[in-house]
Design a protein around this ligand. Structure first.
Ligand code: NAD
Ligand code: TYD
Length: 348
């Protein structure tokens, strides 16, 4: 059976890297990128593959179940890699409903349509992409494992936890052939500049304040987005049905250390006197319910599927900074319009 894979959210940050990897690596697969093109989705992320024979873009909303049914029927969708979501924690605090509708109801729609379309056939995969934030917040010690209890704290992580539970329920109740992965914080090119790393790069470039929430002691585990895409490839092709895989970078940083590191790298790249950029650091009111520490134990995917991160963090950070500094048009494009209004209301 020829694979006709529906990748949802393929115009977003991680989705665009996954689409590019699959279109280039698997010319025998037909790749259907279904994306609503919210503020976070941008077709410019996909210019290098947009003319490939096996790539197809579909503008659409996973909130619309009838539309999904038509797509499954018309295109003969055999597999799903589901990334479409509202993804920014701060937005989920100021407006949770869109997160609930897209992340929970949208996922339920996809599960329902896959269940009715694939009823009598085998060899399908419904692969749901999730986050380590479903596990809640760690103290100084320990790591999230695949069997760590769920304890989400933000509307974003609660909506992702809910969708993970639905995916597992469809495996146990209906034998839907599912896989799930929960990944740590991603960084790299094409990330919308509201998340920490691209926001800091953009603000340093423009001599704007660098807002660090609370004391800056919160810890995140950072992974190069292309290594996440490679992990998704490994799990899609080699992972067991019904299983969960944690993906992480073994790369913990406090926010303040990370921001200082970026200030130093960019002093040098922009030809500024050492210490100049650090003066932009501004401690601001903490995020409500701010999780203290995330850290992933990715031993399972390493031992079972042979995946490990390929890039050292310092090299990845430099590459990311270089990409943003030489792609001003992209930033201009995504930061105009609605996003700018949101940015001005919340951050300036
Ligand atoms: P993103 O916000 O950059 O992209 C999300 C994409 O989904 C956008 O292209 C958007 O247009 C699309 N979308 C949103 N609502 C939609 C809808 N109703 N119908 C169709 N398309 C819709 O997000 P991202 O950072 O690339 O994250 C992708 C996935 O990976 C999400 O499911 C997220 O929870 C998960 N994840 C992200 C991270 C991270 O660090 N960014 C880490 C772990 C897991
Ligand atoms: P973010 O990139 O929003 O990812 P997540 O909340 O999913 O981990 O934030 C990463 C960390 O950086 C998080 O601890 C919140 C913090 N942060 C700031 O201190 N300032 C900022 O302007 C932003 C966007 C995030």
């Amino acid at each position: 059976m020829k694979k006709k894979i529906l990748i949802t959210g393929g115009a977003g940050f991680i989705g665009s890297h996954v689409v590019k990897l699959f279109v280039k690596s698997y010319p025998d697969y037909e790749i259907y990128n279904l994306d609503k093109l919210t503020y976070a989705g941008n077709l410019k992320n996909l210019t290098e593959i947009e003319n490939e024979q096996n790539y197809h873009f579909i503008k659409g909303d996973i909130q619309d179940k009838d539309f999904l049914t038509t797509i499954f029927e018309e295109k003969g969708i055999t597999d799903v890699i589901h990334l479409a979501a509202e993804s920014h924690v701060d937005r989920s605090i100021s407006g949770p409903m869109e997160f609930i509708i897209t992340n929970i109801v949208g996922t339920a729609n996809l599960l329902e349509v896959a269940r009715s379309s694939w009823k009598n056939e085998s060899n399908h995969i419904f692969y749901h992409i999730s986050t380590d934030e479903v596990y809640g917040s760690l103290g100084d010690e320990g790591f999230f494992l695949e069997d760590t209890s769920y304890d989400p704290r933000s509307p974003y992580s609660a909506s992702k936890a809910s969708s993970d539970h639905l995916v597992r329920a469809y495996f146990h109740t209906y034998n839907l052939p599912v896989k799930i992965s929960n990944c740590s914080n991603n960084y790299g090119s094409h990330q919308f500049p509201e998340k920490l790393i691209p926001l800091v790069i953009n603000n340093i470039k423009n001599n704007k304040a660098l807002p660090v929430y609370g004391t800056g002691e919160n810890v995140r585990d950072w992974l190069w987005v292309e290594d996440h895409a490679r992990a998704i490839d490994a799990i899609f092709h080699k992972g067991e049905l019904g299983e969960t895989y944690n993906i992480g970078g073994w790369n913990e940083w406090t926010n303040i250390d990370l921001v200082r590191k970026m200030c130093q790298i960019m002093d040098e790249k922009l030809g500024r006197t050492p210490g100049t950029n650090e003066q932009l650091i501004t401690f601001v009111t903490d995020r409500a319910g701010h999780d203290m520490r995330y850290a992933i134990d990715a031993t399972k995917i390493k031992d079972e599927l042979g995946w490990i991160p390929s890039l050292e963090f310092e090299e990845g950070l430099e590459k990311t900074i270089d990409w943003y500094l030489s792609n001003e048009d992209w930033i201009e494009n995504v930061t105009s319009g609605d996003y700018q209004k949101y940015y001005d209301e919340h951050y300036s």
